[in-house]
Design a binder for this molecule. Structure first.
Ligand SMILES: Nc1ncnc2c1ncn2[C@@H]1O[C@H](COP(=O)(O)OP(=O)(O)OP(=O)(O)O)[C@@H](O)[C@H]1O
Length: 238
């Protein structure tokens, strides 16, 4: 895949000749064929496609939650199939996930949820982590919700807490699977604007699946999956 401009950094994640199927024998379902793609530092790539086309499957492979049936995944320059589990855990620590909902632990306050996102390889500085978590909640308009429990927050507020939790981990790659689908237009917009801001300021890469055309404008590129094949399509700004 081509990438626009010369200002983008190195590839954060690359899929090379990836093929994926579920099940075996008569139960086998082939979902992805010959996927070759890369996402670079500073890019926000949107993945679209009909329901059941394989978006979540691709995202879980890119995030190393699932091994592809065939082909290679390179994350931060490392071929994932060449490393042991301890090395893979360290690499996974550079990736954060954002799902449609249920991103928060219900037994932790908003603040505690954000602190839980601190990288596990970072040195422990609990007081400093809390200061950073409060700062991020403030940036996201939730400064007065730090002590709230998740079920006291709206869906949009919960998703913003989840973004703060992603941000505090300073990830290199964010995998967001339909992060706005449970939100109204305004709340959804806030979430994708924050993700776009993160790619530009923190130079991370974001891969985001969505059915929502209204948020396509935040993308650097759009990949579409149809019949198991992935191709790049131009973005039409509204
Ligand atoms: N664990 C699994 N075992 C067997 N089949 C699966 C499994 N997970 C997904 N599938 C099948 O793989 C195909 C792709 O599923 P996937 O969830 O990746 O699609 P999607 O594009 O994310 O769909 P949606 O937009 O509805 O979320 C579907 O046919 C689905 O039924």
């Amino acid at each position: 895949m081509t990438s626009e401009g010369n200002t983008l950094g190195p590839a954060v994640v690359e899929a090379i000749d990836v093929h994926h199927h579920y099940g075996e024998g008569a139960q086998r379902v082939d979902v992805l064929f010959d996927i070759n793609m890369q996402v670079r530092e500073g890019e926000l790539v949107i993945v679209t496609g009909p329901s059941g086309s394989g978006k979540t499957t691709l995202l879980t492979i890119l995030g190393t939650m699932r091994r592809p049936s065939e082909g290679k995944l390179r994350l931060l320059g490392t071929n994932v199939s060449d490393i042991n589990n301890a090395q893979l855990d360290r690499l996974r620590n550079r990736v954060r996930f954002l799902f449609q909902k249920r991103n928060l632990l219900s037994s932790l306050t908003a603040l505690q949820n954000v602190v839980a996102g601190v990288s596990t390889t970072a040195l422990a500085h609990p007081a400093w982590d809390e200061v950073r978590a409060r700062h991020l909640l403030g940036l996201l308009g939730l400064g007065d919700k730090a002590e709230s429990w998740p079920d006291e927050l709206s869906g949009g507020q919960q998703q913003r807490v989840a973004i703060a939790r992603v941000m505090i981990g300073l990830p290199d790659l964010i995998i967001a699977d339909e992060p706005t689908s449970a939100l109204d237009r305004v709340a959804g917009r806030l979430v994708v604007d924050q993700l776009q801001d993160l790619t530009m300021r923190a130079k991370c890469a974001v891969v985001l699946s969505t059915h929502d055309e209204r948020i396509f404008d935040v993308a650097s590129r759009r990949l579409h999956i149809e019949d198991g094949r992935c191709f790049e399509v131009p973005i039409h700004y509204h």
